[in-house]
Design a protein around this ligand. Sequence first.
Ligand SMILES: Nc1ncnc2c1ncn2[C@@H]1O[C@H](COP(=O)(O)OP(=O)(O)OP(=O)(O)O)[C@@H](O)[C@H]1O
Ligand SMILES: [Mg+2]
Length: 275
Amino acid sequence: MADEPFDADGAIEPDDGEAAGAGADVDEQDLLTEHVIRAVGVRKVYELGGEKVHALRGVDLTVRRGEYVSIMGPSGSGKSTLFNMIGGLDKPDAGQVFVDEVDIAALDPYELAWLRCHKIGYIFQTFNLIPVSSALENVMLPMLFGGTSEADAQDRAAELLEKVELGGRLLHKPSQLSGGQQQRVAVARALANNPAIILADEPTGNLDLRTGEDIIGILEQLKDDFHVTIISATHDHKMLAASDRVVYLVDGAIEDIKSRDQLQITVGEIRGGSK
Ligand SMILES: Nc1ncnc2c1ncn2[C@@H]1O[C@H](COP(=O)(O)OP(=O)(O)OP(=O)(O)O)[C@@H](O)[C@H]1O
Ligand SMILES: [Mg+2]
């Protein structure tokens, strides 16, 4: 692993720093520990049949390490688009995304692949598991991509599945699992390479209330136990209770950001109301 462009903690080495503003008198370590994600003026325009859709109209968002941020907004407001930009799955038309203060547009394909494999765990509304593979194999896959040996990947995948209470379902294929169980496999898979960031796009969207709460509980636990940064798009008001901040996206722009303190009353109502 000597050719990794990243340091031993999995933090990306900032480049010479011009884009990140990491000038000589900025404490690099502070940057690495404080702001894990910084989106600056991110714009995305899709063109379809000659028509332009402004999916993101200049989004600025900074997420601190260990924070749990929920992104709320109506269907079509740009949540998934923002995720694709933050997660390096697509490129903005304008603006920049920094992960650990590195401009991800400046990464070469190898570095970007490394970032996606090791730094970020993805969870999708539709689980996106490989249908012909067992739960165990699905969780092993990112580790095998990342260069972990088959034996080690198998041990860790079994451990992770145990953690999401699927120790008894290792050899089940996705079609032999319930929706909630499939999403728990996806959570275990997202954790495979010890990511610093979990991007969850409507992780409870296809789950019933109780199962959704279980998934939220697991995410909260991850945040507490491993200081993982969680950014989750959601329509689900239950998610607010777990969030440090809620970002409201409307028509491709941030309309409001509320901190946990400002949410306190609402959270109480939601918690009380869901029991
Ligand atoms: N590949 C694409 N080509 C053209 N337009 C797109 C594409 N992807 C998204 N859009 C448009 O961009 C806008 C934002 O879409 P996005 O998927 O980010 O919304 P969302 O907030 O995630 O919605 P939902 O809550 O329904 O998942 C929408 O108007 C959508 O139609
Ligand atoms: Mg979406």
